[in-house]
Ligand binder design. Sequence first.
Ligand SMILES: Nc1ncnc2c1ncn2[C@@H]1O[C@H](COP(=O)(O)OP(=O)(O)OP(=O)(O)O)[C@@H](O)[C@H]1O
Ligand SMILES: [Mg+2]
Length: 257
Amino acid sequence: MSGSQLSQSRGREALAIDAADSAEKVPTIRLQQLLRSYGHGESEVIALNSIDFTVQKGEFVALMGPSGAGKSTCLNMLGCLDRPTSGHYFFQGVDVAYLSGEQRALLRRHFIGFVFQGFNLLNRTTALENVELPLIYRRVPAKERHRRAHEALEKVGLSGREKHTPGELSGGQQQRVAIARAIVTDPALMLADEPTGNLDTAMSQEILRLLTQLNQEQGLTIVMVTHEADIAAIAQREVHFLDGRIATDTTRREQSE
Ligand SMILES: Nc1ncnc2c1ncn2[C@@H]1O[C@H](COP(=O)(O)OP(=O)(O)OP(=O)(O)O)[C@@H](O)[C@H]1O
Ligand SMILES: [Mg+2]
């Protein structure tokens, strides 16, 4: 069934169930001749120029490239925050191009966790409450919400800091809270935009270790934008953008004994 049929003939829950059901059989992400342009005529900018790109479940991919190359446009697209001008984006088999804004919001809420450079935490709110927020949007009952938020904070090594507000935490700890918030819904995909951009070297290393651990131990699929080669190097796969196209796409082979 195509995305447009799906949006016309089926309810919201059907969409979520469709995407979840197909998770084991299809790639998490498949972009097909995807084009995103801004403006018209002489002022038209082609931010993504007919790209093909597939990410399988469990991959850790770093997106790199110079300023203006199309990385953020691509990440917004992958996060269902934007729609292609032409071409297709299949998220777990569902064509996002044909979904309404409401259905894309639902996909985001159920399947995607975001981590940003600036943490984006609520300042007057405790770590626990920040992590619970996506579960409130999903109408998870309070008791289960607390349990899952505690569990997510434990996974990122922040047990004992549940009552702290962001101002009472270091930058690295704040980013851990943001990561806990991203994983508390058990998403199919984590999108990270320069997640270590505001952190010093030691804290960056801590966050990169955590992302690697979530990828390797929990099988979390991660797509991360970064400007720095040594940060990209922790991912198994590096995709370099140039002028809206994918210039290189390299998967690192595991070292065999
Ligand atoms: N809302 C918009 N309206 C018009 N043009 C845009 C818009 N957003 C992005 N662009 C253009 O699309 C191109 C790709 O931008 P994008 O933000 O994806 O680059 P980027 O690789 O993320 O760069 P940076 O490393 O500086 O963040 C650029 O030429 C940019 O000017
Ligand atoms: Mg950008």
